[in-house]
Design a protein around this ligand. Structure first.
Ligand code: PSU
Ligand code: MN
Length: 305
């Protein structure tokens, strides 16, 4: 086991016994949602995962340790501290570890820690991607590079149109990352189930996805996989409402000169404000939907072995 890795007793027990385990990230807690809904959602995700037969491993860096499986107190701490906690992606890990600091892990960093622990499936809300204007600002999330090299399947609800969805798909194609629509041929757009972009692959059952993960390993390919799971219809946002809020949030970010790692958290918080909290409700529901699917995929994987 990696010397910086620390598994909770429950996660260790599940992994030792070949029981299904799913990873959950922590930047979504600290930087993706406001307090206290962030903590409530994180705890509800853990409960939901267990209901579906998978042990949840919420991931963060605590005191420089790469933790898979947090206590309720640790989740409360990350949620309450919010933006004061360092947002940790791959490039931040060496410093945070050596200084024994705390950090909330992005999709990229969570994938790294999940892979070190031997966790093959990970549920989140949305991933980072190619930002609008990337042809000049070069803002491309490290999440995409991680999907290319680290063997973890990430279940998400597609990506928000704060990103350039077409370029994000192009980038993933270049990197050889399988993108699978769950029961859909279209890339979901986070708050809405459709984006107008086709996904390269489709699967209709968790077993099919587990099969693709095993084939990826059997082929000796490095890298992960992106499973895009549309938000349930009942929880979708009206397209015009969300489009307007996103374009206003983007204008605000430009006017304020927000850049680098602050861009995504700024846009996420601004969209929640501009929709009067409605987008947060959708966000929470789609995360639950992803946790349930990830738990089913992990269960299918551990029964195939
Ligand atoms: N997109 C969301 N919700 C989130 C994030 C992205 O809809 O919470 C978070 C995830 O942790 C993701 C990170 O890994 O933002 C991407 O940040 P950046 O764009 O700086 O790579
Ligand atoms: Mn960025």
């Amino acid at each position: 086991m990696n010397k910086y890795l620390q598994l909770s007793p429950r996660v260790r027990e599940a992994l030792d016994n070949g029981r299904p385990v799913i990873a959950l990230e922590s930047t979504i807690i600290s930087h993706g949602m406001p307090y206290p809904q962030n903590v409530e959602t994180a705890l509800a995700c853990e409960a939901l995962s267990r209901e579906h037969g998978a042990e949840p491993a919420t991931v963060a860096v605590i005191g420089g340790r790469l933790c898979a499986g947090l206590t309720g107190e640790q989740i409360e701490y990350l949620g309450k501290a919010g933006q004061k906690i360092r947002k940790v992606s791959r490039r931040d890990m060496p410093m945070v570890v050596s200084r024994q600091e705390d950090g909330a892990t992005t999709v990229a960093a969570t994938m790294i820690i999940a892979a070190l622990a031997g966790i093959r499936v990970f549920a989140t809300g949305g991933i980072g991607g190619v930002h609008r204007g990337a042809e000049t600002n070069m803002d491309i999330s490290a999440d995409l590079e991680e999907l290319a090299v680290t063997p973890v399947a990430v279940v998400c609800a597609g990506a928000k149109s704060i990103l350039d969805l077409g370029l994000t798909l192009e980038y993933l194609e270049t990197k050889g990352v399988p993108v699978i629509g769950y029961q859909t041929d279209e890339l979901p757009a986070f708050y809405t189930s459709r984006s107008g972009f086709r996904v390269p692959g489709r699967a209709d059952t968790p077993e099919e996805i587990a099969g693709a993960i095993l084939a990826q390993r059997g082929l000796g390919f490095p890298g992960g996989m992106l499973i895009t799971n549309p938000i349930p219809e009942a929880y979708e946002m009206p397209k015009d409402v969300i489009d307007k809020s996103i374009s206003k949030a983007l204008d605000d970010a430009n006017a304020k000169g927000i850049s680098g790692k602050d861009v995504t958290p700024f846009l996420l918080a601004r969209v929640v404000e501009l929709t009067g909290g409605d987008s947060l409700k959708s966000n929470i529901r789609l995360v639950y939907n992803n946790v349930a699917l990830a738990a089913k995929i992990a269960t299918a994987l551990s029964s195939k072995k």
